[in-house]
Design a binder for this molecule. Structure first.
Ligand code: ADP
Ligand code: MG
Length: 259
């Protein structure tokens, strides 16, 4: 189970960032007052446009960055005082994950398995299942520098799941994937949920949220504008699809259609 309470994250801006923003404000509040819970057996989605604060929220949750205010709890472990235990519970997938291009998928996956203190036979077993499932087997001995973006994304997914984590945090998991691999990923997330895992994803794609998530939070400009099941979001906004629900909330929060 995941619990995020009153999360706020403020970044200090460099001179260069201030100039890029065109003003003298030297900080950026990326997320403010974010609270939600994700249960076992559930897929929760953070849905929002670029810059809304999705990645920041997920990085705080994965204890990769420290919240400015608020707290994180993952399966009973506090983010602030038990970061290592939190990290052991979870998989964190982000498109910013850097794979070492000199190595092969097999070497890389084994390396991460060992980092998680997995015995070699268990690494072999998990690697076979995941490589077959995500179609990595055919290029398992190819240097990562020779892989396509989609292949690297598949490998990143396998690496993040090698230790069979209880909590899965996937930041924009279908980005850069072809339609078949994207479906394999969303099917696998369903499978994990059915096994009782806690799954949280971020996406800017309405259809991904609509198809995959049990509950979603719509996040804009660092704040949650609506939270609930897809049906609850529909009735809250008086719409019958997420596209229209999203724009209703966007309009209500002062946005314009042509931004
Ligand atoms: N390290 C950082 N320094 C300064 N600003 C940041 C940093 N990380 C994110 N931001 C800003 O915080 C806001 C939210 O970013 P992010 O969480 O990446 O959004 P999303 O993932 O929804 O696209 C954006 O305006 C972004 O520019
Ligand atoms: Mg992001």
């Amino acid at each position: 189970m995941i619990q995020i309470s009153n999360l706020k994250k403020t970044f200090k801006l460099s001179k260069k960032q201030m100039i890029a923003n065109g003003d003298k404000v030297n900080f950026k509040t990326a997320v403010n007052n974010i609270s939600f819970q994700v249960n076992d057996n559930e897929i929760f989605g953070l849905l929002g446009p670029n810059g809304a604060g999705k990645t920041t929220t997920l990085r705080c949750l994965a204890t990769l960055i420290e919240p400015t205010e608020g707290s994180i709890n993952v399966n009973g472990f506090e983010g602030s005082s038990q970061g290592e235990s939190v990290r052991r519970e979870l998989a964190f997938l982000t498109n910013e994950l850097k794979l070492d291009t000199h190595f092969t998928p097999e070497y890389t996956t084994r390396f991460f398995g060992r980092l998680h203190d997995m015995p070699e036979n268990l690494i072999d077993e998990r690697m076979k299942i995941l490589f077959d499932y995500f179609g990595v087997t055919s290029f398992r001995h190819t240097k990562i520098s020779d892989l396509s973006t989609g292949m690297k994304q598949k490998l990143s997914i396998v690496v993040s799941l090698i230790h069979d984590p209880n909590v899965i945090i996937f930041d924009e998991p279908t980005n850069g994937l072809d339609i078949i691999t994207a479906r394999a990923v969303t099917d696998y997330l369903q499978l994990l949920k059915d096994k009782g895992k806690t799954v949280i994803i971020s996406t800017h794609m309405m259809h991904v949220a609509e198809r995959l998530c049990d509950r979603i939070a719509i996040i804009m400009d660092g704040e949650i504008k609506a939270i609930g099941t897809i049906d609850e979001i529909y009735s809250l906004t008086g719409q019958d699809n997420l596209d229209d629900a999203f724009f209703k909330l966007y309009d209500n929060s002062g946005g314009g259609y042509n931004v």
